[in-house]
Design a protein around this ligand. Structure first.
Ligand SMILES: [Mn+2]
Length: 425
């Protein structure tokens, strides 16, 4: 299924008048504050968030998986699904591939399918947290951190292969999320595990093309429950610093212990120019992988406030943005539309923060005013602005409603059947 410009127009038609009224009212309010609407809209349009190839099917928990039907069974179908999202909201112009769940077979066909829906290729992700078919030695007790050099070499070779695949598609970054860790005290040596990981990453790093980045993700626990080798931003940052200029830390919102101040981590990484990538999701307890903005929208806004300030005040290069969530209850495409909207909304809110007044309040220790300034931005309903930016890009004013009006899921089920399954977790 491919969504046409005419279909977008038809879904916008009945909503145009009320949208214009809401947008004009907001525009007047923002202009009174001295904000430049054209600039705001341009920044929102430029903000593109990659969709991972594993997020297009129904996610499961370790207790079960309940498929909703019409899932993309091939990489080309996954790209076509991202094309549907991009046609609706003009905000996701790239896919992030996970190898080996999505090993390209016919590169020309894949590149052509992607070009047809205006999709490019973002960071490629390696996977050494599960054994692959026919693998001679197991990752059960770790991969890059494993005590056994033969196992480490398999994991290194896998990462190098992922780089080679990414090169053929035009990717510019390798994301390494290392699951390695231990579930019981004494199971392995912390020092040896970190040392092994560093040495292996060095080998992979040497294989990176000149214009590539290595993004190092961290996570405090799971799948191991006593220790994780790269457990926090400090360890990721340490490794990135040791490796060199092309290595960066990647922040995944769900990879923190409860109540961690993620916005401060973002600020500190940007100060050091080492924030390389971002995985968006939301959570209540752990790595819940829920829809972005569904649980803690204020935290998301505070993170964006640091990002926006960091764009202006640091020389941190533009990070890679990606949604990393799982959808086991909702239609994955609706969930992704909601996540993208939440991200853009938080970004828009951060863009209207009066940074000069905030700096003045900080300089005069005016704590109350600092809070007022942030909450003034957070409590302004900017949904009409986000909708207008999408409308001006050729997308739909109401992505979820349009998705339903156009009967996308019903069509996909008709085309692919109820039983088609996407590869992934
Ligand atoms: Mn992640």
């Amino acid at each position: 299924m491919k969504i046409t410009a005419d279909q977008i127009q038809s879904t916008n038609k009945p909503r145009e008048v009320s949208h214009a009224r809401e947008f004009n009212f907001l525009a007047e309010t923002l202009e009174k504050k001295g904000l430049n609407l054209e600039q705001l809209i341009q920044k929102l349009q430029d903000f593109q968030i990659a969709i991972p190839s594993w997020a297009l099917g129904t996610g499961g928990t370790r207790f079960g998986r309940f498929s909703g039907g019409g899932e993309p069974a091939t990489l080309i179908q996954k790209i076509q699904d991202i094309g549907i999202l991009h046609a609706l909201n003009r905000s996701s112009d790239c896919v992030s591939l996970h190898i080996p769940w999505d090993i390209p077979q016919d590169y020309d066909a894949i590149l052509q399918a992607a070009a047809e829906v205006e999709i490019g290729f973002d960071a490629v992700n390696s996977n050494t947290f599960q054994d692959q078919a026919g693998q001679s030695l197991s990752y059960k007790f770790g991969s890059l951190a494993n005590q056994d050099q033969n196992i480490r070499e398999i994991a290194i070779e896998h990462n190098k292969e992922v780089i080679r695949i990414g090169e053929k598609l035009g990717s510019k970054a390798l994301t390494v999320w290392l699951a390695d860790g231990s579930s019981f005290p004494g199971q392995h040596s912390f020092r040896k595990a970190l040392q092994n990981t560093h040495e292996c990453l060095q080998e992979i790093y040497q294989d990176l093309p000149i214009d590539w980045k290595m993004l190092i993700e961290y996570k405090p626990y799971e799948p191991y429950f006593y220790s994780t080798v790269i457990q926090d931003w400090g360890t990721s940052f340490l490794l990135a610093n040791k490796l060199g200029d092309k290595a960066y830390t990647l922040v995944d919102l769900g990879h923190h212990l409860p109540n961690t101040n993620i916005e401060q981590i973002v600020a500190n990484l940007m100060t050091e120019g080492k924030l390389g990538g971002f995985h968006f999701n939301d959570s209540k307890y752990g790595d819940d992988d829920l829809t972005v903005g569904s649980i803690k929208p204020y935290q998301l806004f505070l993170i964006f406030n640091e990002l926006v300030a960091g764009f202006e005040e640091t020389s941190n290069p533009a990070p890679a943005w990606m949604i990393d969530a799982s959808h086991n209850l909702k239609d994955p495409l609706e969930d992704l539309l909601q996540s993208v909207e939440a991200i853009k909304l938080a970004y828009a809110q951060a863009l209207i923060v009066d940074q000069n007044s905030l700096h003045a309040a900080q300089a005069s220790h005016d704590v109350s005013m600092a809070q007022e300034i942030l909450q003034e931005a957070f409590r302004t309903d900017l949904r009409p602005l986000v909708r207008e930016s999408i409308r001006q890009s050729g997308g739909t004013i109401s992505p979820i409603q349009a998705y339903r009006d156009l009967k996308v899921r019903e069509t996909l089920i008709k085309e692919r059947g109820l039983d088609s399954k996407a590869s992934g977790l």
